[in-house]
Design a protein around this ligand. Structure first.
Ligand code: SF4
Length: 495
């Protein structure tokens, strides 16, 4: 190994330092406990090891860590993302360990739900505990290492102060850290005292030209095109952040970085891809077509992270835009594109109350028909939504769940996955009641309807999704699907 020292090491446990075999959806497995297979096999499927260089730097790394790495490098600080299996050598010299995570303690959705339903700890929090207990981390901490934690799940440390104490976490940063991380790390390097908790307020949230361009490849070529979301759903933390749209030149720079590092795919990331260059919440064809044509110049495989269902409907009905975009990015008639979407509820009453702008520019009261129209459009354009439904929302009534059940039934012929998630208090509702009860009658019926829907479509989609995946992953997952179906039938969860 070449001898190179870094003052700042950025890392995270294996459930995030992985590319999930190039299949983002497999990342969902890392939010649950192993089901019907040993944990080792579960982890090998969900979170395989990364390729690393001579120094233990991963070829691909989580995008958030790459942004922090870029901010520190731009400030002249010697920093690097290091794979968790290669920390030992680097932590002997490093003064700061920075960690970013999506779900440190499995308190977020859907981990918290799997935990309640199975009574077993999901692999993500188990893996993170092992990471923090690594002898090399403990030894470095004894020798004065400063530990700074952040990322989308930073809020979870406020619920787990004992762990922060036990592991010697010096600072928790909640919010977008690219602007404040440099001075925080400089203080740590100079031995100055660090604050225990930093909430990044609006004045410290980076504006566009304060967001650095990544210097090294991100997992599965993820490239952000926008930050924030204008829809203001009451349960969502994203909504508290200002909306910023990257110029196409900036997106292109990051596409180039990933290409130069040898990646063969990209994943466009925003809370709603279709709002890139939009007129408010109304998608416009020109910027979206240019964005997708640019991405296709670099990569054969172009993926989407999230879209909103109302934008799907508006874009297609006004400009045939979903059809046009899918023609740009899909390679042949056997190809599909997967994307995360939020249904959350089938109840117009609840939609009006907790996510009044999610349906915009359409009225919130017509939410179920927007969902149905959008699913139909995506089905025709070979876009496969993985949709979330929230269970246990504040003020949820049995009739709301009945409406959700009716909607799931209406979606049955559209190629998709529907994933029920327990309500987690975030966003405007962050002081709300945490939902951790066993599901009641109607909630259980919603979960069963989702299971039935998913098993049907998983089987239909598996040949496409696992095409070119290594045989071990394909066989392991097909076995799990087969066993889940048998057990569900055994327990009369499926008719
Ligand atoms: S549309 Fe999605 S990202 Fe935007 S506020 Fe609602 S839940 Fe959050």
């Amino acid at each position: 190994m070449v001898d190179e020292r870094f003052d700042v090491v950025l890392s995270v446990d294996r459930t995030l330092m992985t590319n999930h075999h190039g299949k983002e959806f497999l990342g969902f497995l890392a939010t649950g406990p192993p089901v019907m297979v040993p944990e080792k096999i579960w982890m090998a499927v969900a979170a395989p090891r990364m390729r690393v260089d001579d120094l233990g730097r991963p070829l691909e790394a989580p995008y958030g860590l790459r942004k922090i790495e870029a901010a520190l490098l731009d400030a002249g600080i010697k920093a690097a993302v290091i794979d968790p299996d290669y920390l030992g050598k680097h932590l002997k010299n490093a003064k700061v360990l920075g960690i970013g995570h999506h779900d440190y303690f499995a308190l977020g959705p859907p981990s918290s739900e799997w935990w309640v339903l199975t009574g077993r700890e999901p692999v993500n929090s188990k893996c993170f505990r092992k990471f923090m207990e690594k002898p090399e981390v403990r030894m470095a901490k004894k020798n004065g290492l400063k530990i700074i934690v952040g990322g989308p799940a930073a809020w979870q440390w406020l619920w787990m102060p004992d762990y922060a104490e036990k592991w010697g976490v010096d600072t928790v940063v909640e919010g977008e850290a690219e602007k404040i991380i440099v001075s925080l790390v400089q203080d740590a390097l100079e031995g100055k005292p660090l604050p225990r908790y930093v909430h990044v307020g609006i004045q410290d949230t980076p504006v566009l030209n304060e967001i650095p361009v990544i210097k090294n490849a991100s997992v599965n070529g993820l490239v952000e095109i926008m930050r924030g979301c204008p829809r203001g759903c009451r349960f969502c933390s994203v909504t508290l952040r200002p909306l910023r749209q990257y110029p196409l030149e900036m997106v292109e720079k990051e596409l180039r970085v990933n290409k130069a590092c040898g990646l063969d795919r990209c994943l466009l990331h925003a809370e709603d891809i279709l709002l890139y260059g939009a007129d408010g919440v109304k998608p416009r064809p020109e910027p979206l077509i240019r964005l997708h044509q640019t991405a296709r110049q670099f990569f054969k495989v172009v993926g989407w992270s999230h879209v909103s269902l109302s934008a799907v409907k508006y874009a297609e009905e006004n400009y045939s835009l979903i059809t046009r975009l899918s023609e740009i990015i899909l390679q042949d008639e056997h190809d599909y594109i997967g994307v995360e979407v939020g249904i959350e509820t089938g109840s117009p009453r609840l939609a009006e109350k907790i996510m009044p702008a999610k349906a915009a520019p359409y009225p919130a009261g017509s939410w179920p028909s927007i969902v149905k129209d959008a699913f139909s459009i995506m089905h025709e354009s070979r876009v496969v939504p993985a949709a979330t439904i929230i269970i246990g929302m504040p003020d949820e009534k049995p009739d709301d769940l009945v409406k959700t059940l009716e909607l799931i039934e209406e979606l049955k012929d559209f190629r998709s996955l529907i994933i029920p998630m327990y309500f987690v208090p975030m966003g405007v509702l962050k002081n709300g009641e945490w939902y951790r009860a066993k599901p009641n009658g109607e909630q259980l019926e919603v979960m069963k309807a989702c299971l039935k829907h998913d098993l049907r479509w998983i089987k239909d989609l598996s040949n496409w999704y696992f095409n070119k995946t290594n045989p071990f992953v394909k066989i392991s997952l097909k076995t799990v699907i087969f066993l889940v179906e048998r057990v569900a039938k055994g327990f009369r969860l499926l008719s």
